[in-house]
Every structure is written in structure tokens, then in C-alpha cells.
Design a protein around this ligand. Structure first.
Ligand code: ARG
Length: 584
């Protein structure tokens, strides 16, 4: 579709240039030939407003539109016709040729919507970054959905993508879980208690609150444990290892459940020292300076901020120090062109400063660092909160969504129609949560409404899954010989109804949505396109007979269009980590 638009833009520009030249006006003005979408398909498929040329030509826009139209009709143009519609030059595309191209998507299959817009670039995407003292929560689900789908979208546009996870496995938080396990754990294991291992660790972190009541020195003891850990004390390290394995093992099971994966794991415990050397080098090169108190700092006035400490006066590092070392280390590991950090917007300052520091150190790639910043996600008041009432546990949320989906399957009496009701319920739950998270603008805070997310109607994952299942069922029926489609042949020129053209247009512009989503790191663009496509299919299905159509050619063509729509839904859902369902 884009190539058609581009060709029309070129043709209209050429006509405008000629008219400007005839009147002795500046031909450069033709740069203002900019395509728009007319509000209604009956007015045309592309509109070019003529207002920008009125002054130079001393003509009214409708007059200019008429002049451009007559010039175009005299010469050769791309397929389609141009007409003056008031102050606009509107183009009516040659629908049969676009319909034919859209229908061809059905045979392109998985490759439909892929582009080479990012071919040759190597992009590292960091996301999730859990702490090992507790299981994943709702905020991680948003982070993971955003990181995984952005990575898939970048890959669909030809980039080579490396998905990485930075596990925060050291620090006082994990020492707190360790300490309360030492006091209350009695050597028990997650298996002993039949608990998912990350929840087992998280429960000891919560129990640290009790420990503080039992032992006023608990906080200091946790700090001492961290010092022992840094000194390499064997018992401390052994317990730390064991608890980290439990935590990471459990967290990985949640990733598997949600379809999230990584190409590489980085562990803070292994890299937290690397930044120190880099800061020393920066001090030597003059990028940083030593303050009177002995700390190493950077002057951030070039970006309008205060000074920032990079190494404390006792030589210990801070969060920033570690990220400096880590970025450099990663570039050595896998020389990337771009590095994307999927991290909550509360760390905006951190990344702004980090990127500036890396540029100051002279790294060429530092100009291609990007903070994919996202907002908070909360539940509607008073729902599904954990005991502490603060975070919403990811596994518990998925379980309750699955339960609600199961109830829906039972209420609709669909247990026999779907192959495995429990599995289907799980896939619907995942579709509900991933879609709801994907459709929101990443940078904005949002409320996750579990009931709403599961609705089979409206802008939801299950609605799109349902439309996919419906088309799959139509195709199964055709393949079994139902209806007359089998006897007909595909003739794109038969697709003349408005609802058909809307579907043709959405199939044709899907690749543009994939490209735009990649350029903007924004899965919400795919979500919006899928919803529009599903809604348009629903209207088509309601308005026109498909399988039951009397004319075999029209039936065959409508089914072929439905198959093309199915390809778009399948490929788009895949990009959003939403399972496709053949039946539901
Ligand atoms: N684990 C950190 C947190 O919970 C986020 C890490 C973000 N990544 C980074 N390279 N700083 O806040």
C-alpha cells in the first residue's frame, strides 16, 4: 500500500511542480504535497490538500485541485483515478489491484508484515531485571510484555536482536531473605512445603518484617551479612547460592508460562565491580573530577543537572557506577548498534545521566542508547492484592485470570468445542493480560482491570483471539467442502462492498504498522491495528454471507480475504506474545 501511496504522491507533486512553474512560482513549494486520509472512503482513499499553494498561484484551492486533476488525467498515472473534491485532490485507488495484493498475504503466511527496515542493525534489549528476593509482580508483567514484544517487532523488521536479563542477585534485599530463613527456615526447602521456589524465598523476605520485631538488630545483621558476602565467607555464599537458585528457578518458570525468553542472563554479583575501573579511566582522561571530600564526580551542568557522585570517598561504587561498567562490558560481549533499556519511568533521571556519562567517555555507540520508559500499572481499588496490600503477584494474577476464563468457557458451554479447556483458559488469560498491557501507551500509567481484560467483546485480547478462532472455523468448514467456495475461483475485483474494502485496506497497511511499531519501540501500534482488523472482520461477517454465499466465485474470494485477515491476526498476535487459538 505504501508503494502505491508513494507513487501517487510523486505523480501529484510532478503536476503541482508544472503548475507552479507555469505561473512563475517557486517549484520548491511542491514539498507541501502531503497525503492525508479522507474521513470517509466514499471521498477517496488518499487526499492531498491544495491550501498550501493558493497564495503563490493566486488561485482558490478548489481551482488548483481541478487544475491538478486535469493535468493528471492527461498524462500517465499509477493505477487509480484522481478527482477534485472541494479543496482536495483525492485519489480513488484501483481497488482490484490492491485487493489482489492483500489476498496474496494468505500465501505469504508468517513472512507477511516482515520488513528489512532495520536489516543490518544489532540491537540489544534489556528487560525484566528482577530482584532475587521475591517473585515477579504485575509491574514485571508489563515490563516483560513490552520487552519481549518490542524485541519481536524489531526482529520482524530485520534487526538482529539480543534479549538480555540483568538479574539483581546481590545486595541487602537478598540478605534480608537469607537472614530470616536462617532464623525461621529450619533447613526446609520449597519442595518440603510444596511451594513455588521464588514464592518460598519471597515469603522469607516478608517474614523479615517479623524478624525486625523479634530482633531490633535485624537491619544491622542484614548489613553484616552483605559484608560477609562481599568478603567471600563460605557459609554465606553457600546459602546465597541456594536461595538465588530457588528465586531465579521460580522466576524462570513464570517466564516460560508467559512465553518470555532471554538470549543471555547477566548477574549483578558477577559484574558489579566492573564500573570502578571505568570511572578511574574517566578520572584520568578528565571526564570526571575528584571532589574535596575524595569522591569521584561528574559535572552535569552541560545537561542542566547537578554534580553526580560516581565513586564514594571510601571507593565503593553506586548503582550508576555499575551501569557504566555494564554497558561497556556488554558492548565488548556483543558489539551492538543500539541498546534499549526497558525500565520503569521512575528511573528516567538515572538513564539520562548514564547516557550522558557514556558519551562523555567517548563511546561512539552511546548516542544510540534508549530508555524505553514505562508507567506504573495498578489494579482497580481493592482487588486481588497480596497480604501486604502493595504488590500484585504475577503468578496469582495469571491463576485468577485463568479461573475466570474457565468460568466463561463453562458458562458458554464450550468445554466440548475446545480441545483442552484448561489449556485454552490459560491461553485466554495470557491473551487478556498481554493485550491489555500492550494496547496502553508505554509511557503512561495504567489500571489493569482483570474483568475487562477478559471480555470477549471490545478492545481486548480474547476478542481478537475469538475473531481468529471464528475465521479458522470458517476455513475448516470450507476445507470440508461446505458451501460453494470450493467450486469458485478467486476474483479480487468482486470485493466491492465497503466492509470488504476496509478489510483489504487493513491487511494492506499491516506491514506499515509493523514498521512504525519498530521505529517507535511501540507495541501499542500493533495492538491498535489488530483491534481495527478484528472489528472490521466482525462487521464484514455480519454484513455479508461468506461460506453461505450463492455465487461460488464471490464465496471463494471472500474466504480468501478471510484467510489473509487470519494471517494478519496470527502474525500480529505472535508479535504481542498472545497465543493464537484455533477454537474457543
Ligand atoms: N533491578 C532494577 C530495579 O529493580 C532495575 C535494573 C534496570 N537496569 C539497569 N541496567 N539499571 O529497579
Amino acid at each position: 500500500m505504501r508503494s502505491v501511496k508513494e507513487a501517487w504522491k510523486a505523480a501529484v507533486s510532478a503536476a503541482v511542480v508544472d503548475i507552479l512553474a507555469e505561473k512563475g512560482a517557486d517549484a520548491g513549494l511542491a514539498a507541501s504535497v502531503i497525503p492525508e486520509s479522507p474521513p470517509d472512503a466514499s471521498m477517496g482513499d488518499i487526499g492531498f490538500p491544495m491550501f498550501p499553494f493558493a497564495k503563490a498561484l493566486r488561485m482558490g484551492p478548489p481551482q488548483i485541485a481541478a487544475a491538478v486533476a486535469s493535468r493528471l488525467s492527461a498524462g500517465s498515472t499509477p493505477a487509480g483515478t484522481a478527482k477534485a473534491v472541494g479543496p482536495y485532490l483525492n485519489v480513488f485507488l484501483d481497488r482490484p489491484s490492491i485487493a489482489a495484493a492483500s489476498i496474496a498475504a494468505r500465501t505469504a503466511g508468517q513472512s507477511y508484515g516482515r520488513s528489512s527496515s532495520l536489516s543490518g542493525s544489532r540491537i540489544m534489549v534489556e528487560f525484566s531485571s528482577p530482584n532475587t528476593n521475591k517473585p515477579l509482580h504485575l509491574g514485571h508483567l508489563r515490563n516483560d510484555a513490552l520487552g519481549e514484544s518490542t524485541s519481536r517487532i524489531l526482529r520482524a523488521n530485520g534487526a538482529e536482536v539480543m534479549k538480555i536479563n540483568l538479574v539483581n542477585d546481590r545486595g541487602v534485599h537478598i540478605c534480608k531473605s537469607m537472614l530470616s530463613y536462617m532464623v525461621y527456615g529450619g533447613g526446609r526447602t520449597p519442595e518440603d512445603e510444596g511451594k513455588k521456589s521464588d514464592h518460598f524465598v519471597g515469603d522469607y523476605y516478608v517474614k523479615f518484617n517479623d524478624l525486625k520485631k523479634d530482633d531490633p538488630q535485624a537491619e544491622e545483621k542484614a548489613q553484616e551479612l552483605l559484608v560477609k558476602w562481599e568478603a567471600g565467607d563460605a557459609d554465606t555464599i553457600a546459602l546465597w547460592k541456594k536461595m538465588n537458585e530457588w528465586a531465579v528457578g521460580g522466576i524462570r518458570r513464570t517466564y516460560e508460562r508467559t512465553g518470555i525468553s532471554f538470549d543471555k542472563y547477566y548477574y549483578e554479583s558477577q559484574i558489579y565491580m566492573t564500573g570502578k575501573e571505568e570511572v578511574q579511566k574517566g578520572l584520568a582522561s578528565g571526564a570526571f573530577f575528584k571532589a574535596e571530600d575524595g569522591s569521584v564526580r561528574i559535572d552535569l551542568s552541560p545537561i542542566g543537572l547537578e554534580e553526580k557522585v560516581l565513586l564514594r570517598k571510601d571507593g565503593t561504587s553506586i548503582y550508576m557506577t555499575q551501569d557504566i561498567g555494564l554497558a561497556i562490558h556488554r558492548h565488548v560481549d556483543w558489539p551492538f548498534d543500539r541498546l534499549v533499556y526497558v525500565v520503569a519511568n521512575e528511573q528516567q533521571y538515572h538513564f539520562k545521566v548514564l547516557f550522558h556519562i557514556l558519551k562523555s567517555l567517548g563511546y561512539e555507540w552511546a548516542k544510540n542508547l534508549y530508555h524505553l520508559s514505562y508507567g506504573l500499572v495498578n489494579l482497580p481499588e481493592g482487588r486481588m492484592k497480596t497480604r501486604e496490600g502493595t504488590v500484585v503477584d504475577a503468578d496469582a494474577l495469571l491463576d485468577s485470570l485463568r479461573e475466570l476464563a474457565m468460568e466463561e468457557i463453562q458458562a458458554k458451554g464450550r468445554e466440548d468445542a475446545v480441545e483442552n479447556p484448561m489449556e485454552t483458559a490459560e491461553k485466554i488469560a495470557l491473551g487478556a493480560v498481554h493485550y491489555y498491557l500492550a494496547q496502553a501507551t508505554p509511557s503512561k500509567d495504567m489500571i489493569f482491570n482483570p474483568k475487562e481484560s477478559l471480555s470477549f467483546n471490545g478492545n481486548t485480547g480474547p476478542y481478537i483471539q475469538y475473531m481468529g478462532a471464528r475465521i479458522s472455523s470458517l476455513i475448516r468448514k470450507r476445507d470440508k467442502g461446505e458451501g460453494k467456495a470450493g467450486a469458485g475461483s478467486i476474483r479480487p475485483e468482486l470485493l466491492t462492498a465497503d466492509s470488504e474494502w476496509e478489510l483489504v485496506r487493513l491487511v494492506a497497511t499491516y506491514p506499515e504498522a509493523v514498521e512504525q511499531a519498530g521505529a517507535e519501540y511501540n507495541p501499542a501500534i500493533i495492538a491498535a491495528h489488530l483491534y481495527a482488523t478484528a472489528a472490521a472482520f466482525s462487521k464484514f461477517y455480519h454484513d455479508e454471507p461468506i461460506l453461505t454465499c450463492d455465487d461460488p466465485d464471490l464465496a471463494a474470494t471472500r474466504l480468501a480475504l478471510s484467510e489473509a485477515v487470519l494471517v494478519v491476526l496470527k502474525n500480529g498476535l505472535e508479535l504481542l506474545c498472545i497465543p493464537f487459538l484455533e477454537a474457543m
